[in-house]
Design a protein around this ligand. Structure first.
Ligand code: ES4
Ligand code: ZN
Length: 326
């Protein structure tokens, strides 16, 4: 209807997108061919058929396998450029891209190739598409604190090419406090800090992301509603939640989109945003997330405006860019 046209056309910021999760099956096969990488799947259709997930871990296993085709700086550029073209189609004007260097450096790909390809795509997105693209380096929480420190050390010469650090991968059993010291070191470098918390994990992980990692946003955070004192704090401090509705359904956090708590998060005054997470795996990019969620939860134009405003408020855009989008 008219509402959905309005939602599609709204300028918006995307704050929770794993760039490796934008790798479409067709590009996985094209890069496998180009690089002589052998895949465990015979065809695009066979690979797509494997995208039936029961929880976060069942997804991560396939997501890391897909990323194995990325070898050169050009591969990282091509992946991010394809994302920016999709972002343009959805009127995303500002995007903060997560990347997982350890997924690549652990396979022998130099950190430099990863950051060079991604940062060249960000520069071209601004020049040719008018989209501001920024990079956030994520530590894999299933790996050690020591490995995270080694990654931060590798990244230091490229400090000007990324704006922050994040924390992703297997949540349960890997609480934020495992990375307290490495986040302190990153903040010491003037980097922004965010963390996945309360996707599958308990509200306690949201508390420790705030108190131990001193993050500025919570990625997902949908489990916060289980803890009223936590909600009160998030509302009072206006801590944004980067919510990913289609992701949550695909990973069985909610049984279906009509069960999703986005409407309730907004009703309680939380600074919620809508994002795609891993769009190639979860059924769509930004506008697909908006349109399906608005239909399922019967959200209105006022909520659309709130979500778009929240996305810019929650972003790490410059004051000048925020003023332009306000
Ligand atoms: C992720 Cl959905 C999700 N959760 C945690 N870590 C991730 N890495 C990529 N997608
Ligand atoms: Zn995520």
């Amino acid at each position: 209807a008219a509402l959905l046209g309005f939602v599609r056309a709204m300028p918006k910021a995307e704050l929770h997108i794993h760039i490796e999760g934008s790798l479409e099956p067709e590009l996985i096969f094209a890069l496998a061919e180009r690089n002589g990488v052998r895949l465990a799947y015979a065809s695009v259709d066979e690979l797509r058929a494997a995208y039936a997930f029961t929880n976060l871990q069942s997804f991560l296993d396939i997501y890391y396998a897909g990323a194995s085709v990325l070898l050169t700086a050009q591969d990282f550029f091509d992946m991010a450029w394809a994302y920016f073209l999709r972002a343009k189609a959805d009127n995303v004007v500002h995007a903060e891209l997560f990347f997982d260097p350890q997924t690549h450096t652990d396979r022998g790909v130099p950190f430099e190739y990863v950051i060079d390809g991604l940062s060249r795509a960000c520069a071209q997105a601004w020049q040719e598409l008018g989209i501001r693209g920024e990079l956030i380096l994520c530590f894999l929480r299933h790996l050690s604190e020591e490995a995270a420190f080694a990654t931060l050390e590798q990244a230091r010469p490229y400090r000007d090419k990324f704006i922050g650090v994040g924390l992703d991968s297997s949540e349960v059993g890997h609480p934020p406090e495992k990375f307290e010291r490495v986040f302190a070191a990153a903040r010491e470098l003037g980097l922004h800090a965010v963390a996945h918390a309360g996707e599958e994990g308990p509200p306690e992980y949201i508390w420790s992301a705030l108190d131990k990692l001193k993050v500025q946003r919570i990625d997902h955070g949908v489990q916060a509603l289980r803890d009223p004192a936590l909600v009160q704090r998030l509302v009072r401090e206006r801590v944004p939640l980067t919510v990913c509705p289609l992701s949550n359904v695909k990973l069985c956090v909610f049984k279906d989109l009509r069960q999703h708590n986005l409407g309730e998060l907004l009703a309680q005054g939380l600074v919620a945003t809508v994002n795609s997470d891993d769009p190639a795996y979860f059924g769509g990019y930004m506008n697909q997330n908006f349109v399906e969620t608005f239909a399922a939860l019967e959200l209105d134009a006022g909520q659309a405006v709130t979500l778009a405003r929240n996305s810019f408020e929650a972003s790490f855009a410059s004051a000048a860019d925020k003023a332009r989008y306000a």
